[in-house]
Design a protein. Structure first.
Length: 107
């Protein structure tokens, strides 16, 4: 009977390929925090670029409206949706009762 999980993990992963070590680390629950942290960082970087892209889209839509182009309003709406994607998705997840699936972007 195995009583010490960490010593059995070390003995099982010794000499095994790296994917076996990763699978065993996930089985003990130690890797899920690192995985979530990685997703939070990737999400933060993605939202950073999305916010900048959305602001530029809003700016170009306002510039198009000032020149008399009727399609500028659509550019402003698209920019607001792009820049506020994190807040919009967080609100939708909360509305439908899936607040456990919301990740917090980190930088």
């Amino acid at each position: 009977m195995i009583t010490n999980t960490s010593s059995s993990l070390a003995s099982l992963s010794a000499g095994k390929p790296i994917f076996a070590t990763i699978i065993f680390a996930q089985a003990t629950g130690g890797g899920t925090a690192q995985l979530t942290q990685g997703f939070n960082l990737a999400l933060g970087i993605m939202f950073l670029f999305g916010f900048i892209w959305g602001v530029l889209k809003i700016w170009s839509g306002a510039n198009a409206i000032s020149k008399g182009d009727p399609d500028g309003k659509a550019g402003i709406i698209a920019g607001i949706i792009i820049a506020g994607a994190a807040a919009i998705m967080g609100a939708l997840f909360s509305i439908f009762g899936l607040s456990g699936g919301i990740l917090t972007p980190s930088f």
